[in-house]
Design a binder for this molecule. Structure first.
Ligand SMILES: [Zn+2]
Length: 194
C-alpha cells in the first residue's frame, strides 16, 4: 500500500471542508484505492459530501472513524498544521527527542525537527514559560530554505518566550490561538507507535 494522501488526512483532521474533499476525491479515487483498505475506499467513494453540513452526517461520522482506522506510522498525520501540545509529564523533552530529530536550531527554544518515523518537517517552539510545544507543519521547500539559506518562517517572530531577552525581533504575525489543541492529545502516549 502507498501512503495515505495528504489531502485525505487534511479532511480527517477537519482542515479541509467536506465538499472540497469530495471534489478532490472525485479526481483521485485511484490514489485512494491503493492507500486505504478496500472497504474504506468503497465507503469513501459512495459517501455523500454535499448535504448541508450537519452534526452527525455520514461524512462527519466517517471522518471520525478514519482517525482510528487509517494506517499511519506516527502521530504526524493526525496533528493539525498548527498544533499545540502541553509540555509536561505526558510529553517531556526526552519523549520529544524519541519521536523527533532536530536538524537545525534558531534559538534555544526554536528548532527545525524531523519525525523519525515519517520524515515530516516541523518548525517547533518549546515555550518553557507557558509550558507548551507548538508545531508548525513545513513542506520540504520551507525546510530546505532553513537548511540552505537560514531563512526561517516568521510565525514565531515576536513571541517573547522564544527569544533571548535582548533579541530584537519583528512584531508577531501569528497569534498563539491559531495553534489548535485537541485531536492528537489522546495519542501523545503512543506518538511514534501504531
Ligand atoms: Zn511522523
Amino acid at each position: 500500500m502507498s501512503d495515505v494522501p495528504a489531502q485525505l488526512w487534511r479532511w480527517v483532521r477537519g482542515e479541509m471542508p467536506h465538499d472540497e474533499f469530495g471534489y478532490w476525491l472525485y479526481d483521485h479515487a485511484d490514489s485512494i484505492k491503493v492507500a486505504v483498505p478496500t472497504d474504506v475506499a468503497a465507503e469513501l467513494t459512495n459517501l455523500d459530501f454535499w448535504p448541508a453540513p450537519v452534526t452527525g452526517s455520514d461524512a462527519e461520522q466517517m471522518r471520525e472513524r478514519l482517525v482510528f482506522e487509517l494506517p499511519r506510522r506516527c502521530a504526524c498525520p493526525l496533528m493539525f498544521d498548527r498544533q499545540r501540545i502541553p509540555l509536561g509529564a505526558q510529553f517531556p523533552p526526552h519523549e520529544f527527542e524519541k519521536a523527533f530529530q532536530t536538524i537545525a536550531t534558531r534559538t534555544p527554544w526554536l528548532r527545525l525537527s524531523l519525525c523519525r518515523e515519517c520524515g515530516q518537517n516541523w518548525y517547533v517552539a518549546c515555550d518553557t514559560a507557558d509550558d507548551y510545544w507548538y508545531f508548525e507543519r513545513l513542506d520540504p521547500g520551507a525546510a530546505g530554505r532553513i537548511l540552505e539559506l537560514n531563512q526561517w518562517p516568521s510565525m514565531f517572530d515576536g513571541w517573547a518566550h522564544l527569544w533571548p531577552a535582548d533579541a530584537e525581533h519583528r512584531a508577531g504575525s501569528v497569534h498563539i490561538d491559531e495553534f489548535r489543541r485537541g485531536i492528537v492529545a489522546s495519542f501523545i502516549s503512543g506518538l511514534s507507535t501504531r
